[in-house]
Ligand binder design. Structure first.
Ligand code: CA2
Length: 140
């Protein structure tokens, strides 16, 4: 399947700080992991990362009629962005949400996710492996 993987703000800084929460590996290693996981599952994957909410809305809109599925880690926008939720609703592309950390056991503000309102599945607390689990959803 054609899958668009979107990573949100600050994920490009992985490995630089907070290794206890997000692990020691950097963003390049995450992208390599996602590419290899997608290949092993037979998916055609496109990767996108942005620190800007509007750019994430734009890439979701441009996915309409092009991609069969979206895997998204909206990062901090998870907890704030009605715009990203609305874009996902607008395109109607099946979406799986991923978080590296266990957002259910961190600060109160991380427990709520707008994207979870539309996501077919949410995977959290599994580190890089969460992206593979998300890609596996599209093998069904
Ligand atoms: O656990 C996740 O994947 C998050 O989506 C990561 C976001 C956070 O705002 C969400 O609540 C949960 C943060 C992305 C990266 O943040 C960094 C912080 C310090 C050093 C490097 C990256």
């Amino acid at each position: 399947m054609k899958i668009l993987v979107i990573n949100g703000p600050n994920l490009n800084m992985l490995g630089i700080r907070e290794p206890d929460i997000y692990g020691k590996q950097d963003f390049k290693e995450l992208e390599l992991y996602i590419r290899e996981a997608a290949k092993s599952l037979g998916h055609d994957v496109t990767l996108f990362q942005s620190n800007h909410e509007g750019e994430i809305v734009d890439i979701i809109q441009s996915a309409y009629g092009v991609f069969d599925g979206i895997v998204i880690n909206p990062a901090a926008y998870t907890h704030t962005s009605v715009a990203i939720l609305d874009a996902l609703k607008a395109v109607g592309i099946p979406t799986v949400e991923v978080h590296l950390s266990d957002i259910s056991s961190r600060e109160e503000f991380r427990k709520f996710s707008y994207v979870s309102m539309i996501a077919k599945k949410t995977v959290y607390g599994l580190g890089f492996e969460g992206y593979k689990k998300a890609l596996e959803y599209f093998c069904k």
